[in-house]
Ligand binder design. Structure first.
Ligand SMILES: Nc1ncnc2c1ncn2[C@@H]1O[C@H](COP(=O)(O)OP(=O)(O)O)[C@@H](O)[C@H]1O
Ligand SMILES: [Mg+2]
Length: 248
């Protein structure tokens, strides 16, 4: 039964936000499988449900219904504590605004996730240094975030995400706060990590950024479409416009 090629699988995930009497459906039944070693981008406009979906994939929020399996484990059956442990051990997060701790140096930001895990004390510092070296920041270990450029801050965040050796890198608009050139450099790092075997799921509204992934799926109004389904839909839309709106 088990297919160890699959890293994560979402089946018919639904989510509605409720505020008093008003309910606001955001995800309408999302199904997605990601294999180990894939680099998948989830591309969609603002308000389409991307961050809601990312929060569910990262167990920062729960769906109302549907199934979510990560590394063969049913996430809905886990306790809060088991979820936190699985999250810490398997998922590295990258956010648009880096989310570094402002009073900590680069090296201390990267060391932080190791305090929650089981990595022996002696291994922590060499491991953190190694991750900063990998993203080209060996010279900046003692700098505070405010003493770094945006691109350098995002590279510290990448080192922090990788230091626990996660199975999945989950990125929400990772270049959204960066200029085009710096964004390109960050995407080159992701591409190289993926070539070395890292599984990456990246959320973006930017087609150019999405194109770095090996597969793109589209999210529109809380529904997910494959690239083929999306292209067919677009062609149909264009044909109906070119057809002169005969039925209107
Ligand atoms: N906590 C919340 N409560 C109510 N509505 C929300 C909440 N979070 C997001 N929404 C709404 O859900 C929709 C999708 O939001 P989001 O997932 O953040 O989209 P995206 O990341 O694609 O811009 C938006 O219309 C947003 O206003
Ligand atoms: Mg968002």
């Amino acid at each position: 039964m088990s297919n160890d090629e699959i890293l994560l699988e979402l089946r018919d995930i639904k989510k509605t936000y409720r505020m008093g009497e008003v309910s606001f459906p955001v995800l309408h039944g999302i199904s997605l499988s990601v294999k180990k070693g894939e680099f998948v981008s989830i591309l969609g406009p603002s308000g389409s449900g991307k961050s809601t979906l990312m929060n569910i994939i990262g167990f920062l929020d729960k769906p109302d219904s549907g199934e979510y399996n990560l590394l063969g484990r049913a996430v809905s059956s886990l306790s809060e504590r088991e979820m936190a442990k699985l999250r810490n051990e398997t998922i590295g997060f990258i956010f648009q605004n880096f989310q570094l701790l402002p009073r900590l140096s680069s090296i201390d930001n990267v060391l932080l996730p190791l305090f929650y895990g089981k990595v022996p004390k002696k291994e922590r510092l060499p491991r953190a240094k190694n991750e900063l070296a990998r993203v080209g920041l060996s010279e900046k270990t003692e700098n505070l975030p405010k003493q770094l450029s945006g691109g350098q801050q995002q590279r510290v965040a990448i080192a922090r995400a990788l230091v626990t050796h996660p199975s999945l890198l989950l990125c929400d608009e990772p270049t959204g706060a960066l200029d085009r050139n710096t964004g390109t450099q960050i995407m080159e790092i992701f591409k190289e990590l993926n070539r070395d075997g890292m599984t990456i799921v990246m959320i973006t509204h930017d087609r150019r950024i999405a194109a770095y992934a090996s597969r793109t799926v589209h999210i529109i109004d809380g529904n997910l479409y494959s690239a083929e389904e999306y292209d067919a839909m677009m062609e149909k839309d264009i044909a109906s416009v070119e057809g002169g709106n005969a039925h209107d």
